[in-house]
Write a protein that binds this ligand. Sequence first.
Ligand SMILES: NC(=O)C1=CN([C@@H]2O[C@H](COP(=O)(O)OP(=O)(O)OC[C@H]3O[C@@H](n4cnc5c(N)ncnc54)[C@H](O)[C@@H]3O)[C@@H](O)[C@H]2O)C=CC1
Ligand SMILES: O=C(O)[C@@H]1CCC=N1
Length: 274
Amino acid sequence: MTNKITFIGAGNMASAIIGGLIDSGVTPDDITATAPQESELEALRTRLNIQTQTDNNAAASQTDVLVLAVKPQIMRDVCEALSDTVQQRSPLIISIAAGLDAATIDQWLGGGNAVVRCMPNTPSLVGRGASGLYANARVSDAQRDIATQLMEAVGIVEWVEEEALLDAVTAVSGSAPAYFFLMLEAMEDAAVELGLPADTARRLAIQTALGAATMAQQSDKDPATLKQNVMSPGGTTEQAIQHMEDAKLRTTIADAMQACAKRAQAMSKELSGH
Ligand SMILES: NC(=O)C1=CN([C@@H]2O[C@H](COP(=O)(O)OP(=O)(O)OC[C@H]3O[C@@H](n4cnc5c(N)ncnc54)[C@H](O)[C@@H]3O)[C@@H](O)[C@H]2O)C=CC1
Ligand SMILES: O=C(O)[C@@H]1CCC=N1
């Protein structure tokens, strides 16, 4: 990628993506990150050798790709302050903010922009991210490729052709690392109840999650078959799974994901004002 990329915001998600880009061979000199405080940028500059800037417009005026990586609640102010520069420079806009639609971002940036909306997740920090992407009508095929390359530097990319489906992406991957962390917490606690030391329980549970995910990824069998393969008739796993089914774990997961997607829709209304 020979484009200049600027990140507005240098927090968790921006630094994860920047780290991945550098690992994948992007020249640090081609990457700029901005934040209001020089102190936050200093660590990133020292660690990754990238360019940093406290002035968003100065950074945006030199860039081909502008990644908006600030919290959704301050996005309007940040975009409106950037709109003149963006109108002059016309970079590809990539917003990673939850619950803010492409049309609203475009409008805050003065209109007529190529906007990609991206829903990443925090495992991007370790190169195991999963991102859903949506492009508005102004985004060219070449710009889609740039967005794909950018997010593939930190994990897998899935494009959706309807913007509303990003709410489902938020439910199945954006927010979902937290579901698995909850499962790890609960398994560790239960194993301690069964007598194991907490650190032993944690290591075993984490390795098992990793192993199961790796098997699911590498096997040509679906998760239902892989589950069945662990369950000997009349054995131990059958007891555990029967308990989860009786407790309606599937319904709980479905309800949780519906609530997640609904919150993404509501945030969109609250933040865009329509
Ligand atoms: N954390 C997560 O799991 C996910 C977060 N997101 C989205 O990513 C975006 C960023 O989230 P995080 O990185 O977690 O937040 P964060 O709080 O770690 O980072 C926000 C960054 O914005 C900077 N900032 C604040 N005001 C600014 C301004 N006026 N100009 C430039 N930079 C400014 C902060 O200094 C900080 O570096 C959010 O919109 C969030 O919805 C999306 C998917 C997952
Ligand atoms: O909880 C949130 O709103 C953000 C978006 C997806 C993950 N974290």
